[in-house]
Design a binder for this molecule. Sequence first.
Ligand SMILES: O=C(O)C(=O)Cc1ccccc1
Length: 315
Amino acid sequence: MPRIAYFGPEGTFTEQATRAFLGDPPSDTRPAPPDSALRPVETIAAALDAVRAGDAEAACVPVENSVEGSVAATLDALVAGDPLVAVAETVLPIRFTVLVRPGATPADIRTVATHPHAAAQVRGWLAEHLPSAAVLPSSSTAAAAVGVLAGEFDAAVTAPAAAERYPLAVLAADVADVRDAVTRFLLVRRPGPLPARTGADRTSVAAVTADRIGALSEVLTVLAGHGINMTRIESRPTRNRLGEYRFFVDFEGHVADERVGDAMAALRRRCTEVRFLGSFPRADQAPNTVVPTTSDEDFLAARRWLTSVREGREA
Ligand SMILES: O=C(O)C(=O)Cc1ccccc1
């Protein structure tokens, strides 16, 4: 079994996602067995660096939440070192469990800790049920549970898996301001053979546009012109200078698709930097849209025609 580093400690949503990648059944009802192939690390950047250093074969990190948006720490860490590529994604429903020390009642709760993405998804619940508790940030939901055990906080908003992992009491389960919230997670490796295309794929790139009028609109036009459906665009500062941004763009298709390959080459010509972040099967298996004139056969026929024009066989 491959060694996978994940954003831990044990009991995070990311651990649940890692187990989903490995095909384990959900562990809501029973503790998942400890697994020496899984390595919890403290931060998202550390999980990715473990792969870069060869200490892990893959890393599992959260990338996007349907309520809070992109996980900035993941986007920044993906481009902050040697190249890494995503080879798979999984989407988890997000429902929270509120953990306290055994015997504690709501009146005892003066501080509640959790990951900022979780805090944003339970603000309403906390305002209603624990209105006088201060909400404190922790590095992950499970780190908050560890903090409750250590007496640093009175309650933690966690993943269901944390209730199995830590000797804490459940104050409330199935907590969520937005009922159908989901988070998308990536399994990331060092560059190597790509996952085979399935016809229901997603490709992810990070591009820095040139400093000129219309540069971003050209990126969008290239995708639209190739009949490629964009599924996400997010900007993060490059950290080089004020006003310079890197665009994280996800779109339908696989780099092995002719239209996607052609579009990526066009982006490469137009942008000052393009980093390929992976082509992998979509978690929802929704087939990629292929509009007329953008199928592989359309591109190959056009290329054959061009070759014969160049060779003087056709005009
Ligand atoms: O802290 C965790 O458990 C994580 O895996 C990050 C996270 C936080 C909130 C929702 C989804 C993922």
